[in-house]
Design a protein around this ligand. Structure first.
Ligand code: KIV
Ligand code: ZN
Length: 518
């Protein structure tokens, strides 16, 4: 059985999804989760793209252990310098450099000849190797590149010292048979390539990213590049959980294994959805809400007699929770702790104090507390990573007539109490208007989604918003049995993030002014 290297690019290619922006702390949190999942390589970002991305890669390099950390760099020396610098503190590091190789990109994007492309590919790999031994080279738009020329580029990169050669299907254009032909041809024709790891990086524009990745593996690729929940540019990247479970469930035919702890797949998916506000579609394989739901009577009967009649894997294998009643307001700390343990979460004492408190409040509003509620409480209560500059003390709404009215009380960190009332088109807009009237932040709402954490009328409502404040985009999240309350929490969460960003900027300006003696 060959071991397939799982290269996770959720924090780089995935974060390029519209609306998937995460703060540096959120990315760090996610990087820990992905490392604990058992991936081999984490692509933490694109250092030269922004100072924020560089800082976030630095933080991940310094903290996340037991996994290779890589940073993307164009075939430009400045980009490679930036990548090498942010990887300095990583336990194991890799520079990932790339250049487009298809004629359309060479002619229309760069206006360079094939020879110039070959020169740049070789120079950039040689330069990256001057910093470290582990260097990956990607031929962007490889699947639309003339195959003879692709062989030449790959040969140059291998001779210059690349240790991994990645073949991206950048625009999601290829088909499984074509992908295996490309990988097979490269392995047969490029001298020295069999000593490197060949990798596939597939996008999902035709819904074939996972199939193409598996075809590449069948043809000899030993690394797959993918993202949690398949997030990424346009239609997304190949979904990590789907590739991993296909390799696992069909190891009889495929004959390969990964280092992934499959029982953590669901919780990793939930954390990403929570941080980005981007929910996997309900029928998404492995991690969608309906992935293990059997609606038809005939299926239910079969599953009750023997789950193998309609299930090719158990929900437990991917860590998906059950939906039975688990806890109530009389549950004690031990019961709560044990249930979280069963779901794969080991809580610290402070975390346990917090969820016990939140669970009691929830159990007063909601008769049945399910596993999904526990995950939601944990994410909303504990993993919030931003200072609570503003806190929602109370909210009253009145609906009816043309406009709804909302009255809010917000408590500031410095003991200030802000009170306001406003009208709006619906209770959520009224609450937002009331908050906007007393807070010194102009919030432009790009998106608002409401999701119920569990089925049932008394379900915990989760609201996430994408909002622009001071020219930056922030994700705000809230959870409450009352969705208007959850929306107000989400609004304040985004404002708290904006307040933290303002404080950072002010501190930075102050230190720059001190430095220059201004
Ligand atoms: O899709 C792509 O081509 C990429 C490369 C930069 C690896 O993301
Ligand atoms: Zn990509």
């Amino acid at each position: 059985m060959a071991r397939i290297t799982v290269f996770d690019t959720t924090l780089r290619d995935g974060e390029q999804s519209p609306g998937a922006t995460m703060t540096a702390l959120e990315k760090l949190r996610m990087a820990h989760e992905i490392a604990d999942l058992g991936v081999d390589v984490i692509e933490a970002g694109f250092a030269a793209s922004s100072p924020e991305d560089a800082a976030s890669i630095c933080a991940i390099s310094s903290e996340v252990r037991g996994v290779v950390i890589t940073a993307l760099a164009r075939s430009i020396s400045g980009d490679i310098d930036a990548a090498a610098k942010v990887l300095e503190t990583a336990e194991s590091a890799r520079i990932h450099t790339f250049i487009a190789t298809s004629d359309i990109h060479l002619e229309r994007k760069f206006d360079i000849s094939r020879q110039e492309c070959l020169d740049r590919a070789g120079e950039s790999v040689t330069y990256a190797r001057s910093f470290m031994d582990d260097v990956e080279f990607s031929a962007e738009d490889a699947t639309r590149t003339d195959l003879d020329f692709l062989c030449e580029v790959v040969e140059v990169a291998v001779s210059a010292g690349a240790t991994t050669i990645n073949i991206p299907d950048t625009v999601g254009y290829t088909l499984p048979t074509e992908m295996s032909h490309i990988i097979g041809t490269l392995l047969a024709r490029v001298p020295g390539l069999t000593d490197c790891v060949v990798s596939a990086h597939c996008h999902d524009d035709l819904g074939l990213a996972v199939a193409n990745s598996l075809a590449a593996v069948a043809a000899g690729a030993r690394q797959v590049e993918c993202t949690v929940n398949g997030i990424g540019e346009r239609a997304g990247n190949a979904a990590l959980e789907e590739i991993v479970m296909a390799l696992h469930v069909r190891s009889d035919l495929l004959g390969h294994e990964t280092g992934i702890n499959t029982e953590r797949l669901y919780r990793t998916s939930r954390l990403l959805a929570h941080l980005t506000g981007i929910e996997p579609q309900p029928n998404k394989a492995i991690v969608g809400r309906n992935a293990f739901a059997h609606e038809a009577g005939i299926h239910q009967h079969g599953v009750l007699s023997d789950p193998r009649t309609y299930e090719i894997m158990t929900p437990e294998l991917v860590g998906a929770p059950g939906t039975e009643l688990v806890l109530g307001k009389h549950s004690g700390r031990h019961g709560i702790e044990a249930r979280y343990e069963a779901l794969g979460y080991t809580l610290t004492r402070e975390e346990l104090d917090r969820v016990t408190e939140d669970l009691k409040t929830l159990a007063e509003r909601k008769k049945t507390v399910l596993d999904e509620d526990l995950i939601s409480i944990l994410h909303h209560g504990i993993m919030e990573d931003v200072e609570q500059t503003f806190h929602l003390a109370s909210l009253d709404v009145h609906c009816g007539g043309d406009l709804s009215k909302a009255s809010i009380v917000i408590e500031g960190q410095d003991g200030v109490r802000l009170e306001a009332s406003a009208a709006g088109d619906g209770p959520i807009m009224a609450a937002f208007a009331a908050m906007e009237s007393v807070l010194d932040f102009r919030v432009v709402l790009d998106d608002l989604t409401v999701r119920s954490a569990t089925p049932g009328r008394d379900a915990l409502g989760e609201v996430s918003i994408h909002a622009r404040v001071d020219g930056h985009t922030f994700t705000g999240r809230g959870a409450h049995t009352d969705v208007v309350h959850a929306a107000a929490q989400a609004y304040l969460h985004a404002v708290n993030k904006a307040a933290a960003a303002r404080n950072l900027e002010e501190a930075h300006l102050e230190s720059t002014a001190n430095h220059w003696g201004v």
